[in-house]
Design a protein around this ligand. Structure first.
Ligand code: SF4
Length: 439
């Protein structure tokens, strides 16, 4: 009998990051099960997670570089050594660099995985500012809306875990289908099975989705909006809550600024106005808004659909405002904001700059790509030198005094704005170039 042992780990077959137990026999994985000691997934594992070792040991898994030997699409490949592959790629890339310049090489990466920082580091070493991704339609619109609206980058999440001792009484699922896939799924670290339990225990369930996703079957309100019209629906719900005076006045008075301007802004966006755009009856919008505002605590489980809707940033802002005016933000059983555990090394561009390479990217490379074109503007070399030095200084300032600046500015949003103003840029310190411009 070979040496058997269990290693605690985390599944990364999707964004749930369920904690798992990896059962080993010798050096071979024989089984993966949920970790009952996990504070979040609590022993849960979906079929995809349980089957992930099949991926590890699949006979077709590519384990060494392959060179195409047939025509494109013929699917003919020959194995080559790592040295050969690296030499060949380096040769081609250096040719591009020599003939056309490093900027002619661009890189994109997908959703967050630990290796994306290495990609940025590579682009930096190669000398191209053209490193970007798909974040503008995935997750980051909500992150930026959060920074600008609430002054922090951590997204509020449904307290389906009952961390505050109370479970949500109203669950509003907005463009997020993590309970319907076979064996459930997850999103943004939220486990579908846990959400399913919260839905079962809640008094009221509201589903905002064009599709009849599984929670819609028994939901109290299913708002079957036209795809992409989420922003109009959110504005109409805010309108109802304000017009019918269902707001949490104490919360609003204590923790918000600009409510008077919101009152003015929202007047126009009645449910009747939204009805035509959204394709949901005005009365249905009214009733759902009343439920969300009055059955407490309430949480909004939002998903990627928000990022892929029209006006994603402002849609996300509206959904944050809904939480705030009803006093459902950062209350037990509502939408809560987790604090980062002390002493953890977080891989985030602003915090892990040495590793990611963002620190060493000459800032002016971004600047050329984003805001300025020295050649066309005919800027003198002296002026360019001064601008470059001041950008480098700001770069230094950004990373060394950012925490201080954040404190002084009383919030991340204000600090970013200040830095953007100092930099004279239209873009507040983005670590990658603007994706639509890249395209
Ligand atoms: S939901 Fe499934 S695939 Fe996703 S992290 Fe959890 S076990 Fe893995």
């Amino acid at each position: 009998m070979q040496n058997t042992r269990i290693i605690k780990s985390a599944c990364r077959m999707c964004h749930g990051v369920c904690q798992v137990l990896v059962h080993m026999e010798g050096e071979r994985v024989v089984k993966i099960t949920g970790d009952p000691e996990s504070p979040t997934s609590r022993g849960y594992i979906c079929r995809k997670g349980a089957a992930s070792m099949e991926l590890l040991y699949h006979p077709d898994r590519v384990l060494q570089p392959l060179r195409r030997v047939g025509k494109r699409g013929e699917n003919k490949w020959a194995p080559i050594s790592w040295d050969e592959a690296l030499d060949e790629m380096a040769e081609r890339l250096l040719k591009i660099k020599k003939e056309s310049g490093p900027q002619y090489f661009g890189m994109m990466h997908g959703t967050g995985r630990p290796y994306e920082n290495l990609g940025a580091r590579f682009a930096n070493a190669f000398g191209t500012p053209n490193f970007t991704g798909v974040a503008h339609i995935c997750f980051w619109p909500r992150v930026y809306a959060n920074i600008m609206t609430q002054g922090m980058s951590e997204l509020p999440v449904c307290d389906v875990y009952g961390q505050g001792g109370v479970e949500p009484q109203c669950v509003m699922i907005w463009g997020c289908n993590i309970t319907g896939a076979k064996g459930h799924n997850s999103s943004d670290g939220m486990c579908g099975a846990t959400l399913q339990k919260a839905i079962k225990n809640a008094q009221k369930v509201i589903v905002v989705d064009p599709r009849r996703i599984s929670p819609a079957e028994n939901a109290d309100h299913w708002l079957q909006l036209r795809p992409g019209t989420d922003g109009a629906l959110a504005l109409a719900m805010i309108n109802v809550i304000i017009v019918e005076d269902l707001i949490d006045r104490e919360f609003v008075n204590k923790y918000t600024v600009g409510f008077d301007r919101l009152l003015e802004h929202i007047k126009h966006f009645s449910p009747e106005w939204a009805e035509e755009i959204v394709g949901v009856g005005a009365e249905d919008i009214r009733v759902a808004a009343r439920t969300y505002a009055t059955v407490k605590p309430a949480c909004i489980q939002w998903g990627n659909a928000v990022d892929q809707s029209m006006c994603n940033f402002h849609t996300a802002r509206s959904l944050l405002i809904l939480r705030v005016i009803t006093g459902n933000l950062h209350v037990p059983g509502g939408d809560i904001v987790f604090e980062r555990p002390q002493g953890l090394r977080v891989k985030f561009p602003y915090l892990d700059v040495d590793f990611s390479g963002f620190r060493f990217m000459p800032l002016q490379n971004y600047q050329y790509a984003l805001d300025r074109d020295y050649e066309k503007q005919n800027i003198s070399s002296t002026k360019r030198f001064i601008q470059d030095r001041s950008l480098q200084f700001l770069d230094f300032l950004k990373y060394n005094f950012y925490p201080l600046l954040r404190k002084i500015s009383q919030g991340e949003g204000a600090a970013l704005k200040l830095m953007a103003e100092l930099k004279g840029s239209s873009y507040p310190l983005s670590p990658a170039i603007h994706p639509p411009t890249f395209w």
